[in-house]
Design a protein around this ligand. Structure first.
Ligand SMILES: [Fe+2]
Length: 381
């Protein structure tokens, strides 16, 4: 068995109604001055948490300007606010965008390191300020991952800070924070979580210690995403999605994602397609491309998706791809690239950009060439 390192938060609190517990977590860390980093649509959901902070006599400053996938410039504005507040703890409340900013702000507000020097693997020098994260979507898994993504204004590319210092000290996963999420966001973020689990299981660096989360995540998401999209107030479905997303996040440190994410990045960078939707439109096509290289892994994925078992692994894997297409259609994310405002002439430059995401492509079970990437985009067009 290969060596694997699992970096997880010291505390993971999971359950409906647990959000206000974040105030106790922060107080127990000895913090009084707290910076909450969040997004405008999330503020109503954070009400219970903010009330609990007031009750615990915490001095809270809310920075609520993370309104889209963050750029370095947006991050720097949040950083300026943090420098003014000098927080003793940073609390991120939101989807991946707000959580990613919160994570890097906590690490850098009192550091001499510039964020552009922290891009890459293990470049971040440290984090002194305690960090608590509360996800409000069921998708990115950012609440437990060592990753944070920012769009570099200089070249428009998504750059990742990857560091154990970005794994929060405590995570509170409260499915009730997700019940007001609109159906289309539920669908797109849920598909992102599904991709995290599938790409971690069908991965060149897959590990049995991670497979456990990946397959169970696939099962939870495949069994509950449509229900969460159609009945947003179904707490059982929301809870299953929150857990599936958490599992997807736990896969990201030790194994991480592969070609679906690498090919999805240019859609976000060049055409502002939301991350989850970009993954959703490419997932089945990448599974088609990959499955002949690893039929057994994709057959396992298919069984976890609830697909019919065929005569051999490849046939079962194909049933899994059909199950993904059906789920996408039911959730309203079975879209073509052309419908998302991507011109056909963009296929070659997008493939060139995807080929540069080597940190993820090395995880893919089948090598991806420029011609392969173009062919996958064309099939999804
Ligand atoms: Fe993702």
């Amino acid at each position: 068995m290969k060596v694997v390192t699992l970096q997880q938060p010291k505390r993971i609190v999971f359950g409906a109604g647990s959000a206000p517990q974040a105030a106790e977590e922060v107080a127990a860390m000895g913090a009084r001055r707290v910076l909450v980093v969040t997004s405008p649509p999330v503020l109503p959901a954070a009400k219970g948490l903010l009330e609990a902070c007031a009750k615990a006599h915490l001095a809270v400053t809310v920075y609520g300007d993370i309104d889209r996938e963050p750029t370095v410039a947006m991050f720097r504005r949040a950083l300026e606010q943090a420098k003014a507040v000098k927080p003793q703890a940073v609390v991120g409340v939101g989807g991946g965008s707000a959580l990613d900013v919160a994570k890097v702000v906590a690490a850098l507000w009192d550091s001499r390191q510039d964020v552009t020097d922290a891009f890459g693997q293990d470049k971040l020098t440290g984090r002194a300020t305690p960090l608590v994260c509360l996800p409000t979507t069921s998708g990115t898994g950012s609440e437990v991952s060592p990753n944070a993504l920012l769009v570099d204004d200089a070249d428009g590319r998504k750059k990742a800070v990857v560091s154990p210092h970005l794994v929060p000290d405590a995570v509170i996963v409260d499915p009730l924070l997700a019940v007001t999420m609109p159906p289309e966001t539920t669908a797109a973020t849920g598909m992102d979580a599904l991709v995290h689990c599938i790409e971690a299981y069908a991965n060149a660096h897959a590990h049995v210690a991670v497979d456990l989360y990946a397959l169970e995540g696939v099962r939870l998401i495949a069994g509950n995403l449509a229900r969460a999209v159609e009945h947003g107030d179904d707490v059982a479905a929301r809870s299953a999605m929150s857990l599936g997303s958490l599992y997807g996040g736990l896969c990201q440190g030790p194994v991480n994602t592969a070609a679906v994410h690498a090919l999805a990045y240019p859609l976000g960078e060049m055409y502002h397609v939301p991350h989850g939707l970009a993954n959703a439109v490419l997932l089945a096509e990448v599974m088609e491309f990959n499955s002949p290289a690893a039929p057994q892994r994709y057959a396992d994925v298919a069984r976890a998706l609830g697909a019919e078992v065929g005569r051999d692994d490849l046939e079962t894997a194909r049933a899994g791809i059909r199950a993904v297409r059906e789920l996408s259609a039911r959730c309203g994310v079975a879209r073509r690239l052309g419908e998302l405002g991507v011109p056909a002439e963009a296929i070659t430059p997008m493939a060139e950009a995807a080929m540069k995401v080597t940190r993820l492509l090395v995880n893919n079970l089948r090598p991806v060439t420029q011609a392969d990437a173009e062919s996958i985009y064309r099939k999804a067009y």
